[in-house]
Write a protein that binds this ligand. Structure first.
Ligand code: PGA
Length: 250
């Protein structure tokens, strides 16, 4: 049985004081639901977030990491550094990392390997751009992102993989994929995994939808059979909105 997850990706928002305040607000607003709940503050505030949420059902996760164990990689963060402050899950391959920081499938495959080697769970993001959807190439693009980033893994490794389908045209735009579009793509993703591996792995992997999920649309999107929760950007920065989205995951 796969888990449901609602994860808040704070991106480059909230300084130290704002982070502490939002965590306080979340601790009173968010109530446990069927979903695992995660937040991803920025690197500099992770350690403090972990301390504040010690013993809470809200897990603190990282937005990115480097593939090397250590060394001359100025400005980068390793798996060991994350684990040493109590982080056990990392978001990899977010479309903003792909678009603005040149992270391609080959680099992401290396990051995936490094995270798994360290025993860190991965939320692996991927999704087509608007032009891909317009030209009808969205299944092809999503299929190749999956294959290039993840299909070198053995079956066992999939226990530590969570997928987040995030159509780039729906991120931060206010435009959401319809629940039917999300379901159609999630079913395609599961079928692609079943063909590459087997049906059990395909059925067990949690597939999140991301892209302008809000309190008003979360319930309908999450009600779709193959949608197992969401990766939430903008709405995760408002405690009451994030709480409502968590509550929508039944
Ligand atoms: P959004 O971001 O909810 O603001 O569209 C989603 C994401 O980037 O994960």
């Amino acid at each position: 049985m796969r888990n449901k997850i609602v994860a808040g990706n704070w991106k480059m928002n909230k300084n130290r004081a704002d982070t502490a305040q939002l965590i306080e607000e979340l601790m009173s607003a968010v109530t446990p639901s069927a979903a695992e709940v995660m937040i991803a503050p920025t690197f500099v505030n992770l350690a403090e977030a972990v301390t504040k949420l010690d013993g809470s059902f809200i897990e603190v996760v990282a937005q990115n990491m480097h593939f090397a164990e250590s060394g001359a990689y100025t400005g980068e963060i390793s798996a060991d550094m994350l684990q040493s402050i109590g982080i056990n899950t990392v978001i990899l391959g977010h479309s903003e990392r792909r678009a603005y920081f040149g992270e391609d499938d080959a680099l992401l495959a290396k990051k995936v390997d490094a995270a798994l080697k360290a025993g860190i769970r991965i939320i692996f993001c991927f999704g087509e751009e608007l032009q891909d959807r317009k030209s009808g190439d969205h299944f092809k693009v999503v299929g190749s992102q999956l294959k290039n980033g993840l299909f070198h893994l053995d079956g066992d490794s999939w226990k530590n993989i969570v997928l987040a389908y995030e159509p780039v045209w729906a991120i931060g735009t206010g435009e959401t994929a319809s629940p039917e579009q999300a379901q159609e793509m999630h079913a395609f993703i599961r079928k692609t995994i079943a063909e590459a591996y087997n049906n059990e792995i395909a059925q067990d992997v949690t597939i999140l939808y991301g892209g302008s999920v809000k309190p008003g649309n979360a319930k309908e999107i999450f009600s779709k059979e193959d949608v197992d929760g969401g990766l939430i950007g903008g709405a995760s920065l408002v405690a009451t909105d994030f709480a409502a989205i968590v509550a929508a995951a039944q």
